[in-house]
Design a protein around this ligand. Structure first.
Ligand code: ADP
Ligand code: MG
Length: 252
């Protein structure tokens, strides 16, 4: 029998999900999902719509409660209600729909949480925000409002905003699926650069070029279960499960 500490102390393990089960009322959305993510590892999660991908990654930062199993992030056990805040401080999340605050400038979007949640002084928060906006190549838009930006620009701001909290892991939930095709690349390039810098990442995406380029492992989900898990070259060349084959046949 392993204890929480044993799991956390396992070489370089950063996220540990063990027999995770989640119900929405009577609907069984996650069924005995187990997944381990090492420090610095990049995981791509794919699978048909409704398979539980969003629910799974929302469980990692306490956005969804779960009923059975456990989730440890950096050794912090999410079963413990008080742990949610501690975990959220380590986890950055980027959604399909950007979710920027519309009434705030880009810079204000990026400095709000560092000031409010981490108590960082305005000047310092702005300095960090400008550095990260530079990194996602959007510093020149710092004084604009989200509605004045393209979708790709908004999504890069959302990435910079998450990075301003100095997360140890970044979760992406279909970050490019709401974008016009010509804007997908700029967001993927930003994610690729983040991956190259060593960030631990879990990305729900159907961008298989991205998966081939950066993923250490591809996790395929269907019906609330992890059906297959393999390095990208193995998964794309010789998917094992009929559901995975069918899925790849549809999207490739
Ligand atoms: P995916 O991200 O793979 O498309 P989701 O995790 O969003 O799938 O959803 C998995 C299943 O759980 C779907 O059948 C969805 O309808 C259901 N579901 C998701 N969120 C809720 C909710 N808040 N209440 C009830 N059912 C939900
Ligand atoms: Mg989803």
């Amino acid at each position: 029998m392993t204890t929480n500490r044993d799991l956390a102390a396992t070489d370089g393990v950063f996220i540990e999900m063990r027999d995770l089960n989640k119900w929405f009322g009577v609907f069984h959305a996650l069924k005995d999902v187990s997944l381990t993510v090492g420090k610095g590892e990049k995981i791509v999660i794919c699978g048909p719509s409704g398979s539980g991908k969003s629910t799974l990654i929302r469980c990692i930062n306490g956005l969804e409660p779960f009923q059975k199993g456990r989730v440890l992030v950096d050794g912090i056990n999410l079963d413990d209600g008080k742990a949610v805040e501690a975990v959220r401080r380590e986890v950055g999340m980027v959604f399909q729909s950007f979710n920027l605050f519309p009434h705030m400038t880009v810079l204000e979007n990026c400095t709000l949480a560092p000031r409010r949640v981490r108590g960082i002084a305005q000047g310092e928060a702005e300095k960090t925000a400008r550095q990260l906006l530079e990194r996602v190549r959007i510093l020149e838009q710092a004084e604009k409002y989200p509605a004045q930006l393209s979708g790709g620009q908004q999504q890069r701001v959302a990435i910079a905003r998450a990075l301003c909290m100095e997360p140890k892991v970044m979760l992406f939930d279909e970050p490019t699926s709401a974008l016009d095709p010509e804007m997908v690349k700029e967001v993927l390039d930003t994610m690729i650069s983040l991956a190259r810098d060593g960030m631990t990442m879990i990305c729900v995406t159907h961008e298989m070029g991205f998966a081939r380029q950066v993923a250490d492992r591809v996790v395929f989900m269907a019906d609330g279960m992890v059906i297959e898990e393999a390095p990208p070259e193995t998964f794309f060349q010789s998917p094992q499960h009929p559901r995975a084959k069918a899925f790849l046949g549809e999207i490739l």
